[in-house]
Ligand binder design. Sequence first.
Ligand SMILES: [Zn+2]
Length: 449
Amino acid sequence: MKAKLYKCLILLIPIFSLFSQPSIKRDPNVVRIINEISADSIKRNIEKLVSFYTRHSLSDTLSPTRGIGAARRWLKSELERYSRQSGGRMKVEYDEFIAPTGPRVPKPTKMVNVIATLPGKIYKDKIYIVSAHYDSRAGDALDSTSFAPGANDDGSGTAGVLELARVMSKYEFDFTIMFVLFAGEEQGLLGSRHFAKKLKDSNIVVLGVLNNDIIGNTEGGNGIIDNTQVRVFSEGLPLSRDENLLRLISNIGLENDSPSRQLARYLKDVAERYFDNFKVNLIFRRDRFLRGGDHTPFNEQGFPAVRISEMNENYSRQHQNVRTEKGIKYGDLPEFVDFEYCANVVRLNAVALYHLANAPMPPQNPVIKVSELEYDTTLRWDLSNENDLAGYNILIRETTSPFWQKKIFVGRVNEFTLKNVSKDNFIFGIQSVDIDGNESLVVVPMPSR
Ligand SMILES: [Zn+2]
Protein backbone atom coordinates (compact mmCIF):
# COMPACT_ATOMS: atom_id res chain seq x y z
CA MET A 1 0.00 0.00 0.00
CA LYS A 2 2.77 2.37 0.99
CA ALA A 3 4.71 1.61 -2.17
CA LYS A 4 1.65 2.32 -4.30
CA LEU A 5 1.04 5.67 -2.66
CA TYR A 6 4.64 6.61 -3.22
CA LYS A 7 4.34 5.76 -6.88
CA CYS A 8 1.24 7.93 -7.24
CA LEU A 9 3.06 10.90 -5.79
CA ILE A 10 5.92 10.45 -8.23
CA LEU A 11 3.46 10.49 -11.12
CA LEU A 12 1.92 13.75 -9.97
CA ILE A 13 5.18 15.59 -9.60
CA PRO A 14 5.83 16.34 -13.29
CA ILE A 15 2.44 18.02 -13.64
CA PHE A 16 2.22 20.20 -10.57
CA SER A 17 5.68 20.71 -9.15
CA LEU A 18 6.98 22.76 -12.03
CA PHE A 19 4.88 25.86 -11.42
CA SER A 20 6.74 28.85 -12.66
CA GLN A 21 5.11 32.25 -12.84
CA PRO A 22 4.57 33.10 -16.51
CA SER A 23 5.34 36.73 -17.27
CA ILE A 24 2.27 38.75 -18.23
CA LYS A 25 2.20 40.09 -21.78
CA ARG A 26 0.04 43.13 -22.53
CA ASP A 27 -0.80 43.74 -26.18
CA PRO A 28 -0.09 47.42 -27.01
CA ASN A 29 -3.31 47.65 -29.08
CA VAL A 30 -5.35 46.49 -26.10
CA VAL A 31 -3.61 48.99 -23.84
CA ARG A 32 -4.48 51.72 -26.35
CA ILE A 33 -8.15 50.63 -26.39
CA ILE A 34 -8.24 50.57 -22.58
CA ASN A 35 -6.91 54.12 -22.51
CA GLU A 36 -9.44 55.29 -25.09
CA ILE A 37 -12.41 54.02 -23.06
CA SER A 38 -13.59 57.07 -21.19
CA ALA A 39 -15.59 57.41 -17.98
CA ASP A 40 -16.68 60.89 -19.16
CA SER A 41 -18.10 59.50 -22.36
CA ILE A 42 -19.97 56.81 -20.40
CA LYS A 43 -21.30 59.49 -18.01
CA ARG A 44 -22.59 61.65 -20.89
CA ASN A 45 -24.31 58.64 -22.48
CA ILE A 46 -25.99 57.61 -19.22
CA GLU A 47 -27.24 61.17 -18.66
CA LYS A 48 -28.60 61.27 -22.20
CA LEU A 49 -30.41 57.93 -21.67
CA VAL A 50 -31.94 59.23 -18.42
CA SER A 51 -33.13 62.38 -20.24
CA PHE A 52 -35.74 60.29 -22.11
CA TYR A 53 -37.61 60.16 -18.74
CA THR A 54 -38.67 56.56 -19.27
CA ARG A 55 -37.41 53.87 -21.62
CA HIS A 56 -40.15 51.47 -20.64
CA SER A 57 -40.84 49.05 -23.50
CA LEU A 58 -44.54 50.05 -23.54
CA SER A 59 -43.83 53.80 -23.37
CA ASP A 60 -44.34 56.51 -26.01
CA THR A 61 -42.63 55.91 -29.35
CA LEU A 62 -43.61 59.11 -31.19
CA SER A 63 -42.24 61.94 -29.04
CA PRO A 64 -38.85 63.22 -30.23
CA THR A 65 -37.62 63.64 -26.65
CA ARG A 66 -39.43 61.18 -24.37
CA GLY A 67 -39.99 57.45 -24.22
CA ILE A 68 -38.40 54.36 -25.74
CA GLY A 69 -38.92 55.50 -29.36
CA ALA A 70 -36.81 58.63 -28.87
CA ALA A 71 -34.23 56.55 -26.98
CA ARG A 72 -33.77 53.98 -29.74
CA ARG A 73 -33.56 56.63 -32.45
CA TRP A 74 -30.80 58.34 -30.47
CA LEU A 75 -28.95 55.03 -29.93
CA LYS A 76 -29.09 54.28 -33.65
CA SER A 77 -27.87 57.75 -34.61
CA GLU A 78 -24.98 57.51 -32.11
CA LEU A 79 -23.87 54.15 -33.50
CA GLU A 80 -24.15 55.52 -37.06
CA ARG A 81 -21.97 58.45 -36.04
CA TYR A 82 -19.28 56.08 -34.70
CA SER A 83 -19.49 54.11 -37.92
CA ARG A 84 -18.97 57.23 -40.06
CA GLN A 85 -16.00 58.23 -37.89
CA SER A 86 -14.34 54.87 -38.53
CA GLY A 87 -14.74 54.51 -42.28
CA GLY A 88 -18.32 53.21 -42.38
CA ARG A 89 -17.50 49.52 -41.91
CA MET A 90 -19.89 49.10 -38.97
CA LYS A 91 -23.47 48.39 -40.09
CA VAL A 92 -26.23 49.78 -37.86
CA GLU A 93 -29.80 48.52 -37.98
CA TYR A 94 -33.01 47.95 -36.08
CA ASP A 95 -34.19 44.44 -35.31
CA GLU A 96 -37.97 44.77 -34.97
CA PHE A 97 -40.51 42.25 -33.78
CA ILE A 98 -44.02 42.15 -32.37
CA ALA A 99 -44.10 40.98 -28.76
CA PRO A 100 -47.31 39.00 -28.29
CA THR A 101 -49.66 39.52 -25.36
CA GLY A 102 -48.10 38.10 -22.20
CA PRO A 103 -47.87 38.60 -18.43
CA ARG A 104 -46.03 41.92 -18.86
CA VAL A 105 -47.34 42.84 -22.33
CA PRO A 106 -51.06 43.82 -22.22
CA LYS A 107 -51.44 43.94 -26.01
CA PRO A 108 -49.20 43.00 -28.98
CA THR A 109 -46.43 45.61 -29.05
CA LYS A 110 -43.67 46.42 -31.52
CA MET A 111 -40.27 46.18 -29.86
CA VAL A 112 -36.96 47.14 -31.40
CA ASN A 113 -33.41 45.97 -30.66
CA VAL A 114 -30.60 48.21 -31.90
CA ILE A 115 -27.68 46.35 -33.52
CA ALA A 116 -24.28 47.47 -34.78
CA THR A 117 -22.24 44.86 -36.66
CA LEU A 118 -18.51 45.19 -37.23
CA PRO A 119 -17.82 42.53 -39.88
CA GLY A 120 -14.83 40.26 -39.34
CA LYS A 121 -11.94 40.22 -41.80
CA ILE A 122 -12.01 36.43 -42.04
CA TYR A 123 -15.14 35.09 -40.34
CA LYS A 124 -18.28 36.97 -41.39
CA ASP A 125 -20.87 34.62 -39.91
CA LYS A 126 -19.01 33.63 -36.75
CA ILE A 127 -19.61 36.26 -34.15
CA TYR A 128 -18.96 37.55 -30.67
CA ILE A 129 -21.68 39.65 -29.09
CA VAL A 130 -21.45 42.32 -26.43
CA SER A 131 -24.86 43.37 -25.17
CA ALA A 132 -27.01 45.27 -22.67
CA HIS A 133 -30.69 46.23 -22.42
CA TYR A 134 -31.73 49.83 -23.00
CA ASP A 135 -35.28 49.59 -21.66
CA SER A 136 -36.01 50.67 -18.08
CA ARG A 137 -38.79 50.41 -15.52
CA ALA A 138 -40.14 51.96 -12.34
CA GLY A 139 -41.60 50.07 -9.35
CA ASP A 140 -44.50 48.55 -11.27
CA ALA A 141 -43.38 46.46 -14.26
CA LEU A 142 -46.39 47.67 -16.29
CA ASP A 143 -46.06 51.39 -15.46
CA SER A 144 -45.00 52.93 -18.78
CA THR A 145 -45.34 56.63 -17.87
CA SER A 146 -43.58 57.27 -14.52
CA PHE A 147 -40.01 58.53 -14.33
CA ALA A 148 -37.81 55.44 -14.87
CA PRO A 149 -34.25 56.75 -15.19
CA GLY A 150 -32.59 53.32 -15.37
CA ALA A 151 -29.17 54.94 -15.01
CA ASN A 152 -27.58 51.75 -13.73
CA ASP A 153 -30.18 49.15 -14.84
CA ASP A 154 -29.25 49.13 -17.56
CA GLY A 155 -28.09 52.57 -18.62
CA SER A 156 -24.64 51.53 -17.41
CA GLY A 157 -24.51 48.49 -19.70
CA THR A 158 -26.03 50.42 -22.62
CA ALA A 159 -23.54 53.28 -22.27
CA GLY A 160 -20.81 50.64 -22.00
CA VAL A 161 -21.82 48.92 -25.24
CA LEU A 162 -21.94 52.33 -26.98
CA GLU A 163 -18.46 53.13 -25.70
CA LEU A 164 -17.13 49.76 -26.89
CA ALA A 165 -18.65 50.37 -30.33
CA ARG A 166 -17.15 53.87 -30.47
CA VAL A 167 -13.64 52.72 -29.59
CA MET A 168 -13.48 49.26 -31.14
CA SER A 169 -15.01 50.18 -34.52
CA LYS A 170 -11.69 51.89 -35.32
CA TYR A 171 -9.98 48.49 -35.31
CA GLU A 172 -10.23 45.41 -37.53
CA PHE A 173 -10.91 41.94 -36.18
CA ASP A 174 -10.82 38.43 -37.64
CA PHE A 175 -14.27 37.60 -36.25
CA THR A 176 -17.44 39.67 -36.49
CA ILE A 177 -18.37 41.64 -33.39
CA MET A 178 -21.98 42.64 -32.75
CA PHE A 179 -22.83 45.46 -30.35
CA VAL A 180 -26.42 44.75 -29.32
CA LEU A 181 -28.91 46.80 -27.29
CA PHE A 182 -32.03 44.87 -26.33
CA ALA A 183 -35.55 46.14 -25.70
CA GLY A 184 -38.12 44.26 -23.62
CA GLU A 185 -35.76 42.87 -20.97
CA GLU A 186 -37.91 44.13 -18.11
CA GLN A 187 -41.02 42.66 -19.79
CA GLY A 188 -39.47 39.16 -19.75
CA LEU A 189 -36.22 39.02 -21.81
CA LEU A 190 -38.27 39.57 -24.97
CA GLY A 191 -35.70 41.33 -27.17
CA SER A 192 -32.89 38.89 -26.43
CA ARG A 193 -35.14 35.85 -26.85
CA HIS A 194 -36.23 37.10 -30.27
CA PHE A 195 -32.68 37.91 -31.37
CA ALA A 196 -31.02 34.71 -30.10
CA LYS A 197 -33.59 32.62 -31.97
CA LYS A 198 -33.17 34.70 -35.12
CA LEU A 199 -29.40 34.09 -35.09
CA LYS A 200 -29.89 30.38 -34.49
CA ASP A 201 -32.43 30.14 -37.33
CA SER A 202 -30.05 31.88 -39.75
CA ASN A 203 -27.19 29.45 -38.92
CA ILE A 204 -24.97 32.19 -37.53
CA VAL A 205 -22.42 30.76 -35.12
CA VAL A 206 -22.41 32.72 -31.88
CA LEU A 207 -19.08 31.90 -30.24
CA GLY A 208 -19.69 33.97 -27.13
CA VAL A 209 -21.98 36.58 -25.58
CA LEU A 210 -20.86 39.10 -22.96
CA ASN A 211 -24.07 40.53 -21.50
CA ASN A 212 -23.61 43.60 -19.32
CA ASP A 213 -26.49 44.28 -16.97
CA ILE A 214 -26.10 46.60 -13.94
CA ILE A 215 -22.40 47.42 -14.04
CA GLY A 216 -22.14 50.85 -12.42
CA ASN A 217 -22.87 50.74 -8.69
CA THR A 218 -20.10 50.46 -6.09
CA GLU A 219 -22.10 51.27 -2.96
CA GLY A 220 -23.95 48.18 -1.76
CA GLY A 221 -27.27 48.69 0.00
CA ASN A 222 -25.66 46.94 2.98
CA GLY A 223 -22.99 49.64 3.28
CA ILE A 224 -20.17 47.75 1.57
CA ILE A 225 -18.29 50.10 -0.76
CA ASP A 226 -15.90 48.48 -3.22
CA ASN A 227 -14.80 49.55 -6.69
CA THR A 228 -12.26 46.78 -7.29
CA GLN A 229 -14.40 43.77 -8.18
CA VAL A 230 -16.99 42.58 -10.66
CA ARG A 231 -18.98 39.36 -11.06
CA VAL A 232 -19.29 37.07 -14.06
CA PHE A 233 -22.14 34.55 -13.95
CA SER A 234 -22.09 31.41 -16.09
CA GLU A 235 -24.27 28.32 -16.34
CA GLY A 236 -22.84 24.96 -15.21
CA LEU A 237 -25.03 22.43 -16.99
CA PRO A 238 -25.96 23.62 -20.48
CA LEU A 239 -29.62 24.60 -20.81
CA SER A 240 -29.96 21.79 -23.30
CA ARG A 241 -32.69 19.28 -23.84
CA ASP A 242 -30.15 16.86 -25.30
CA GLU A 243 -30.49 13.87 -22.95
CA ASN A 244 -27.41 12.12 -24.36
CA LEU A 245 -25.21 15.15 -23.82
CA LEU A 246 -26.44 15.59 -20.25
CA ARG A 247 -25.83 11.90 -19.50
CA LEU A 248 -22.29 12.11 -20.90
CA ILE A 249 -21.55 15.24 -18.85
CA SER A 250 -22.70 13.43 -15.74
CA ASN A 251 -20.76 10.26 -16.62
CA ILE A 252 -17.40 11.94 -17.08
CA GLY A 253 -17.78 14.74 -14.55
CA LEU A 254 -17.95 17.82 -16.78
CA GLU A 255 -20.63 19.59 -14.71
CA ASN A 256 -18.25 22.52 -14.25
CA ASP A 257 -17.12 22.79 -17.87
CA SER A 258 -19.91 24.16 -20.05
CA PRO A 259 -18.85 26.41 -22.95
CA SER A 260 -20.30 29.36 -21.00
CA ARG A 261 -18.05 28.53 -18.06
CA GLN A 262 -15.03 28.37 -20.38
CA LEU A 263 -15.99 31.84 -21.58
CA ALA A 264 -16.17 33.04 -17.96
CA ARG A 265 -12.75 31.54 -17.14
CA TYR A 266 -11.33 33.14 -20.28
CA LEU A 267 -12.65 36.54 -19.22
CA LYS A 268 -10.96 36.30 -15.85
CA ASP A 269 -7.73 34.97 -17.31
CA VAL A 270 -7.17 37.59 -20.00
CA ALA A 271 -8.81 40.59 -18.33
CA GLU A 272 -6.86 40.39 -15.10
CA ARG A 273 -3.61 40.55 -17.11
CA TYR A 274 -4.40 44.19 -17.88
CA PHE A 275 -5.55 45.41 -14.45
CA ASP A 276 -3.33 45.96 -11.48
CA ASN A 277 -6.21 46.09 -9.02
CA PHE A 278 -9.46 44.83 -10.49
CA LYS A 279 -10.74 41.36 -9.71
CA VAL A 280 -13.07 39.28 -11.85
CA ASN A 281 -15.13 37.04 -9.54
CA LEU A 282 -16.51 34.03 -11.33
CA ILE A 283 -19.85 33.00 -9.89
CA PHE A 284 -20.59 29.42 -10.87
CA ARG A 285 -24.31 29.97 -11.28
CA ARG A 286 -26.40 30.98 -14.31
CA ASP A 287 -27.44 34.31 -12.80
CA ARG A 288 -28.07 35.95 -9.46
CA PHE A 289 -30.22 33.80 -7.17
CA LEU A 290 -33.58 33.18 -8.92
CA ARG A 291 -33.13 36.23 -11.15
CA GLY A 292 -32.57 36.40 -14.89
CA GLY A 293 -31.00 38.33 -17.74
CA ASP A 294 -30.51 38.56 -21.50
CA HIS A 295 -27.66 36.02 -21.62
CA THR A 296 -30.08 33.19 -20.75
CA PRO A 297 -32.01 33.13 -24.08
CA PHE A 298 -28.61 32.60 -25.77
CA ASN A 299 -27.90 29.69 -23.41
CA GLU A 300 -31.33 28.32 -24.38
CA GLN A 301 -30.20 28.29 -28.03
CA GLY A 302 -26.98 26.48 -27.08
CA PHE A 303 -24.69 29.53 -27.33
CA PRO A 304 -22.02 30.31 -24.71
CA ALA A 305 -23.16 33.43 -22.85
CA VAL A 306 -22.33 35.06 -19.51
CA ARG A 307 -23.69 37.90 -17.41
CA ILE A 308 -21.35 40.62 -16.19
CA SER A 309 -22.68 42.49 -13.15
CA GLU A 310 -21.44 44.75 -10.37
CA MET A 311 -20.14 43.17 -7.13
CA ASN A 312 -22.45 44.89 -4.65
CA GLU A 313 -26.02 45.73 -5.61
CA ASN A 314 -28.28 48.34 -4.06
CA TYR A 315 -31.93 47.31 -4.16
CA SER A 316 -33.29 50.73 -3.18
CA ARG A 317 -31.91 51.91 -6.53
CA GLN A 318 -33.33 49.17 -8.77
CA HIS A 319 -36.91 48.91 -10.05
CA GLN A 320 -37.98 51.71 -7.69
CA ASN A 321 -40.13 54.78 -8.16
CA VAL A 322 -37.93 57.84 -7.68
CA ARG A 323 -38.77 59.24 -4.23
CA THR A 324 -37.40 60.06 -0.80
CA GLU A 325 -38.78 58.11 2.15
CA LYS A 326 -37.61 58.45 5.75
CA GLY A 327 -34.49 60.20 4.50
CA ILE A 328 -33.61 57.41 2.04
CA LYS A 329 -33.38 58.29 -1.66
CA TYR A 330 -34.93 55.63 -3.88
CA GLY A 331 -34.54 55.31 -7.64
CA ASP A 332 -32.01 54.44 -10.34
CA LEU A 333 -30.42 57.89 -10.73
CA PRO A 334 -27.14 58.91 -12.42
CA GLU A 335 -25.85 60.36 -9.13
CA PHE A 336 -25.56 56.77 -7.85
CA VAL A 337 -23.42 55.53 -10.75
CA ASP A 338 -19.66 55.28 -10.27
CA PHE A 339 -18.56 56.14 -13.81
CA GLU A 340 -14.89 55.25 -13.29
CA TYR A 341 -15.87 51.83 -12.00
CA CYS A 342 -18.27 51.36 -14.90
CA ALA A 343 -15.45 52.26 -17.31
CA ASN A 344 -13.29 49.52 -15.78
CA VAL A 345 -16.02 46.93 -16.35
CA VAL A 346 -16.28 48.16 -19.94
CA ARG A 347 -12.48 47.84 -20.33
CA LEU A 348 -12.69 44.25 -19.15
CA ASN A 349 -15.15 43.56 -21.99
CA ALA A 350 -12.79 45.24 -24.46
CA VAL A 351 -9.81 43.13 -23.40
CA ALA A 352 -11.70 39.86 -23.79
CA LEU A 353 -13.37 40.88 -27.07
CA TYR A 354 -10.10 42.02 -28.60
CA HIS A 355 -8.32 38.76 -27.89
CA LEU A 356 -11.30 36.54 -28.75
CA ALA A 357 -12.06 38.29 -32.03
CA ASN A 358 -8.42 38.11 -33.16
CA ALA A 359 -7.68 34.56 -32.01
CA PRO A 360 -7.89 31.54 -34.32
CA MET A 361 -11.03 29.38 -34.30
CA PRO A 362 -11.28 27.26 -31.15
CA PRO A 363 -10.01 23.71 -31.91
CA GLN A 364 -12.57 21.65 -33.82
CA ASN A 365 -13.60 18.07 -32.99
CA PRO A 366 -11.49 17.78 -29.83
CA VAL A 367 -11.41 14.25 -28.44
CA ILE A 368 -9.76 12.30 -25.67
CA LYS A 369 -8.74 8.83 -26.85
CA VAL A 370 -10.32 5.98 -24.92
CA SER A 371 -9.80 2.97 -27.20
CA GLU A 372 -8.17 1.05 -24.34
CA LEU A 373 -7.34 1.57 -20.68
CA GLU A 374 -4.09 3.53 -20.60
CA TYR A 375 -1.91 5.29 -18.05
CA ASP A 376 -1.27 8.15 -20.48
CA THR A 377 -3.81 10.63 -21.81
CA THR A 378 -3.91 11.38 -25.53
CA LEU A 379 -5.85 14.35 -26.89
CA ARG A 380 -6.60 14.88 -30.57
CA TRP A 381 -8.26 17.63 -32.62
CA ASP A 382 -8.43 18.89 -36.22
CA LEU A 383 -5.35 20.79 -37.34
CA SER A 384 -6.47 24.20 -38.58
CA ASN A 385 -5.00 25.73 -41.73
CA GLU A 386 -5.33 29.34 -40.56
CA ASN A 387 -2.33 31.40 -41.72
CA ASP A 388 -1.55 33.03 -38.40
CA LEU A 389 -1.93 29.88 -36.30
CA ALA A 390 1.05 29.38 -33.98
CA GLY A 391 -0.27 26.17 -32.43
CA TYR A 392 -2.22 24.86 -29.48
CA ASN A 393 -2.23 25.01 -25.69
CA ILE A 394 -3.20 21.99 -23.61
CA LEU A 395 -4.81 23.04 -20.33
CA ILE A 396 -4.97 20.87 -17.25
CA ARG A 397 -6.53 21.11 -13.83
CA GLU A 398 -7.44 18.85 -10.97
CA THR A 399 -11.14 17.97 -10.77
CA THR A 400 -11.54 20.11 -7.64
CA SER A 401 -9.85 23.19 -9.06
CA PRO A 402 -12.08 26.00 -10.38
CA PHE A 403 -9.38 27.37 -12.71
CA TRP A 404 -6.92 25.88 -15.19
CA GLN A 405 -3.69 25.14 -13.33
CA LYS A 406 -1.30 24.40 -16.14
CA LYS A 407 -1.01 25.44 -19.77
CA ILE A 408 1.40 23.64 -22.11
CA PHE A 409 2.16 25.00 -25.58
CA VAL A 410 2.46 21.94 -27.83
CA GLY A 411 3.00 23.60 -31.22
CA ARG A 412 1.27 23.11 -34.55
CA VAL A 413 0.19 19.51 -34.06
CA ASN A 414 -3.17 17.75 -33.92
CA GLU A 415 -2.41 15.22 -31.19
CA PHE A 416 -0.61 15.26 -27.89
CA THR A 417 0.05 12.63 -25.24
CA LEU A 418 0.47 13.52 -21.58
CA LYS A 419 2.72 10.84 -20.14
CA ASN A 420 1.51 9.15 -16.95
CA VAL A 421 -1.37 11.60 -16.56
CA SER A 422 -4.52 9.68 -15.71
CA LYS A 423 -7.72 10.93 -17.30
CA ASP A 424 -9.46 9.78 -14.11
CA ASN A 425 -7.92 12.57 -12.09
CA PHE A 426 -7.78 15.67 -14.27
CA ILE A 427 -9.86 17.83 -16.57
CA PHE A 428 -8.34 18.74 -19.92
CA GLY A 429 -8.87 21.61 -22.33
CA ILE A 430 -7.40 22.69 -25.67
CA GLN A 431 -7.11 26.18 -27.15
CA SER A 432 -5.69 27.63 -30.38
CA VAL A 433 -3.08 30.40 -30.29
CA ASP A 434 -2.02 32.76 -33.07
CA ILE A 435 1.44 34.22 -33.72
CA ASP A 436 0.54 37.41 -31.79
CA GLY A 437 -0.43 35.38 -28.73
CA ASN A 438 -4.22 35.72 -29.11
CA GLU A 439 -5.79 32.66 -27.52
CA SER A 440 -9.12 31.12 -28.50
CA LEU A 441 -11.77 29.92 -26.09
CA VAL A 442 -10.90 26.62 -24.43
CA VAL A 443 -12.73 23.52 -25.66
CA VAL A 444 -13.06 20.36 -23.61
CA PRO A 445 -12.40 17.08 -25.45
CA MET A 446 -15.08 14.40 -25.46
CA PRO A 447 -14.27 10.68 -25.32
CA SER A 448 -13.74 8.90 -28.62
CA ARG A 449 -12.57 5.42 -29.58
ZN1 LIG B 1 -31.38 44.85 -16.01
